[in-house]
Design a protein around this ligand. Structure first.
Ligand code: GLN
Length: 472
């Protein structure tokens, strides 16, 4: 049994019939049953996964190579993505008993491609956090060092894949929530161009930033799963046809921009492993140039205005009346207040307060308007930079996985760790994290990730550079 199979490995065996989707399901299930009590990656393991695995096994016998690309592939899904008939908690008590009445478009697409949805994964409450510690359902441990966080907010998806058995996982990325946990767990993680994957059926956090992204063990697998999720959707007016803007520019060697100034704040060991990859890229014939991105650093400031503003309006719907938890008070207002006071955790409340403040009369122009304007200038800065470089590379996170409790008492210190990922969501461009070696902390080898940022709709190039880095 191989506990860390890739999609391409399994596909060969499934087609040949030497190892079946049912075998894969049973092996994955054994790993989950033995470890999940401690790791807490899955909030629920779906009882109908075995049936899907059986059906997939029969289908391979009939269809062989003609079977859809993900047939029988065990995949885990972040619990803010609706799976029809299953609980969708978004890691919050307020949605404790909420059962999805339909499949999110990206989930429907994965099912159609034959994926076996193994279960729903734990996450920071409403996808707010970088460590998995803000879930109402307990922390998720990093399988590579159980004393450390797996990253977040897609904490359970990353941990579930790092644990083994499944071949991919999916999550959402609003400010780094796929890329950063991928980096902390030694995986590949994708944030596609804004609008390439439908948001229909995802529990909204910041609607102008949210995208569904794939986790996998290899760039090829991540590109495959992401490609299946992507596509125009009439239920999400912001979706674009991938081919409309596609940057078709795969090359043998690339000109790569590295914002050297921004590396000053990076942990010395993380920097060393990042620079080792950069040197290897140069040795392989790529050109590396220093790029000045003065606005990139300002991304965090803009993100912590735009994101909470969108959060405060998106989360207004959890009022105890329409769906979700309801606490009855002495009158309607009291019911709203009690429902929200009991239903939301501290991090969610903090962001709702912040968002309501920046949108309030008199402050809207001073904060929200300015942050949106800054976003525009950031887009221009990136577009100009991409006139001279094919891609921009940064570490995915300035630090490796930290210990539980290290940052949860100081929210700002946790926010700062997202410095490299949030500008990508603010500007809408695609980016991915690819494993870039390890650093040693207290005898643990902790993975670090390298982030590849490409121009709008430049996914083909991004995957190509990712594959090159993978093989260095
Ligand atoms: N860590 C970031 C935050 O807390 C990003 C979250 C996300 O991408 N969902 O907002």
């Amino acid at each position: 049994m191989n506990t860390s199979p890739t999609i391409s490995e399994l596909r060969v065996k499934f087609v040949a019939g030497t190892y079946t989707p049912l075998d894969a399901y049973r092996d994955a299930r054994a790993i989950i049953d033995a470890n999940n009590v401690d790791i807490n990656a899955y909030l629920e393991v779906f009882d109908d996964a075995e049936e899907s695995a059986k059906a997939a096994t029969e289908r391979y016998a009939k269809e062989g190579e003609r079977a859809p690309a993900l047939l029988g592939m065990p995949i885990a899904v972040k619990n803010n993505m609706l799976v029809k008939g299953k609980r969708a908690t978004a890691g919050s008590k307020i949605l404790e008993n909420y059962i999805a009445t339909y499949d999110a478009t990206v989930i429907a697409r994965l099912k159609e491609a034959g994926a076996v949805i193994m279960g729903a994964t734990n996450m920071d409450e409403f996808a707010m956090g970088s460590s998995g510690e803000s879930s109402a359902y307990g922390i998720t441990k990093n399988p590579l060092d159980r004393t450390r966080v797996p990253g977040g907010s897609s904490s359970g998806s990353a941990a579930a894949l790092a644990l083994g058995g499944i071949v991919a996982a999916v999550g959402t990325d609003t400010g780094g929530s796929v890329r950063q946990p991928a980096a902390f767990c030694g995986l590949v993680g994708v944030k596609p161009t804004y609008g390439t994957a439908s948001r229909y059926g995802l529990v909204a956090m910041g609607s102008s930033l949210d995208q569904a992204g794939a986790f996998a063990r290899t760039v090829a697998d991540a590109a495959l799963v992401q490609g299946i999720m992507n596509g125009k959707d009439i239920n999400d007016g912001t979706t674009i046809d991938e081919n409309t803007f596609r940057v078709v520019s795969k090359k043998d060697t690339y000109t790569i921009g590295v914002p050297m100034k921004l590396l000053d704040g990076v942990d010395a060991d993380v920097r060393t492993s990042f620079e080792a990859k950069i040197e290897a890229l140069k040795a392989a014939g790529n050109t590396v140039v220093d790029v000045d991105l003065p606005l990139f650093e300002k991304g965090l400031a803009a993100y912590y205005i735009v994101m909470p503003a969108e959060v405060s309006s998106n989360l207004a719907r959890y009022d105890g009346i329409r769906y979700g938890k309801k606490v009855v008070g002495k009158d309607l207002l009291d019911s709203y207040m009690k429902t929200r006071a009991e239903g939301f955790g501290a991090e969610v409340k903090r962001r709702i307060l912040l968002g309501t403040y920046v949108l309030s009369s008199g402050y809207y122009d001073a904060f929200y308007g300015k942050a949106e304007a800054a976003r525009d200038v950031m887009r221009k800065e990136l577009a100009t930079t991409f006139e001279t470089v094919d891609a921009i590379l940064t570490p995915t996170s300035p630090i490796p996985a930290w210990k539980f409790g290290e940052k949860s008492k100081d929210p700002l210190s946790m926010y700062l760790a997202d410095v490299f990922t949030v500008p990508v969501n603010l500007t809408g461009v695609p980016a991915m994290s690819v494993p870039a070696g390890t650093v040693t902390r207290e005898e643990s080898n902790l993975p670090v990730g390298i982030q590849i940022i490409c121009p709008h709709a430049g996914e083909d190039r991004m995957y190509d550079i990712g594959t090159k880095i993978e093989s260095l």
